[in-house]
Design a protein around this ligand. Structure first.
Ligand code: NZQ
Ligand code: ZN
Length: 396
């Protein structure tokens, strides 16, 4: 393992179907007043809301509700939550939902007692809360497997007016203190959201895996997670209520982005950077923006990390390597990824997300730059976006 690092994660995970018992156990550790944060109402139609309210009542909590957190939560909504949490002086924020609701709750927890403009300080300037600033603890009940927000410090907020979607990875004080993971809670997801979540997980693993040349345990763990994800995804898309597959997917999502598999790695994250900008322009579902750009991005950087892409083909996709060069294998690995994107029903080009030719330069201009095997320039991004648009035309 290269590099010096600390691994610490404060999230207590409760996995399985015993939500009532688990949630009550977790809630006992916090004060009386709870801010219950959720999205557009899916938790009311699938019964999750009732279970959560029952546990809150039975543990004697006073509940303040904050609903309407939209997918890709906005700055305007964040500021509304910050004000409410400050005025109500809550003891715990309980996020019930997917990544948007949990990310949002962390933002509210960070901003409630910050003296100044939270967006500028935490997201634009990427600062951490001062050690003496009060932070409201966050807990979660997860309803969509994908982002890993249930066990990480990530909080992605969109400034609609300025078309900026910015992720802040907070330190350990904002990582959820506990998360309740019941795979059955993901059964009510629409198929496209389940698929978007699955691709988000794959992308998180690939963003960390496609970097570095050393022999690292992190990569072996990543390969195991990817193999398990691919196997379970194939079951879940045909049989969405298959508990075995959905429980694997939920557990993989958590381990894909709780910093474990990134240890000792440079990491890449350009697929996410480009997808976030696409999201800011089109409101595209996060996982679909990732799948739409991935094949074009990886073909673009293939030659800079050929050896790793060849290993990806061999180990993850089990492509026979005999008689093939690294270059051939690498390319076949990306073909396999692209075929899987289509097989599970994820977006395979950016045109279906609503991206048009005249947006490309502006998307490239507002994307944060970085890279793994190659440092990406704005010109590179335009070329990658054009390739993704062209893919659609070629497929017609
Ligand atoms: O709003 P509700 O009614 O809850 O409906 C949601 C929403 O419409 C629905 N949904 C969630 N669970 C459901 C359900 N519908 C029926 N049954 C259920 N059990 O699904 C829709 C999407 O939910 P959302 O929370 O937006 O999805 P996701 O979990 O994919 O989160 C996406 C957000 O997370 C950010 C993304 O950028 C995006 O803003 N990310 C956060 C990361 C992190 N914290 O580390 C990393 C990721 O890369 C990502 O950037
Ligand atoms: Zn993601």
């Amino acid at each position: 393992m290269l590099g010096n690092f600390i691994y610490y994660n404060p999230t207590k995970l409760y996995f399985g179907t015993e939500v009532d018992k688990n949630l009550k156990d977790a809630l006992e550790n916090y004060g009386k007043k709870v801010l219950l944060v959720y999205g557009g109402g899916s938790i009311k139609s699938n019964g999750i809301y009732d279970t959560v309210i029952k546990a809150l009542k039975e543990t004697g909590k006073e509940v303040v509700e904050l609903s309407g957190v939209m997918p890709n939560p906005t700055l305007e909504k964040l500021n509304e939550g910050i004000l409410l949490a400050r005025n109500e002086d809550v003891d715990l924020i309980l996020a019930v939902g997917g990544g948007s609701t949990i990310d949002y709750s962390k933002g509210v927890a960070a901003g409630a007692f910050f003296d100044g403009d939270a967006w500028t300080n935490f997201w634009l300037q990427q600062k951490e809360p001062a050690p003496d600033q009060k932070i409201i603890p966050v807990g979660s009940v997860l309803t969509l497997a994908g982002t890993g927000s249930e066990m990480n410090g990530g909080s992605v907020i969109t400034d609609e007016k300025n078309k900026l979607k910015v992720g802040k990875v907070f330190g350990e004080r904002l990582i959820p203190k506990f998360s309740v993971l019941n795979p059955e809670y993901t059964f009510s997801l629409p198929q496209n959201q389940m698929v978007a979540g699955i691709y988000d997980i794959m992308s998180h693993i690939m963003e960390q895996y496609f970097s570095g040349d050393d022999d690292s345990t992190s990569d072996y763990i990543s390969e195991g997670l990817m193999r398990s994800l691919i196997a379970s995804s194939r079951v879940a898309v045909k049989d969405p209520k298959n508990y075995e597959a959905r429980s694997n997917i939920m557990w993989i999502a958590t381990w894909a982005l709780n910093t474990l598999i990134g240890k000792g790695k440079k990491q890449d994250w350009m697929v996410h950077m480009i997808a976030h900008t696409i999201g800011a322009f089109t409101h595209a579902t996060h996982g679909m923006a990732l799948s739409a750009i991935s094949a074009a991005y990886y073909r673009f950087i293939l030659k800079y990390g050929e050896h790793r892409f060849a290993r990806f083909a061999r180990v993850v996709w089990e492509i026979p390597s005999e008689g093939k060069t690294d270059s051939q294998l690498a390319s076949e690995g990306i073909d396999a990824l692209e075929n899987w994107i289509k097989e599970i029903g994820a977006a395979s080009d950016i045109e279906v997300l609503g991206v048009t030719d005249n947006m490309l330069e502006e998307i490239a201009a507002t994307t944060f730059l970085g890279g793994g095997y190659k440092e990406i320039t704005k010109e590179d991004i335009v070329a990658i976006l054009k390739d993704s648009l062209k893919r659609n035309k070629n497929n017609l």
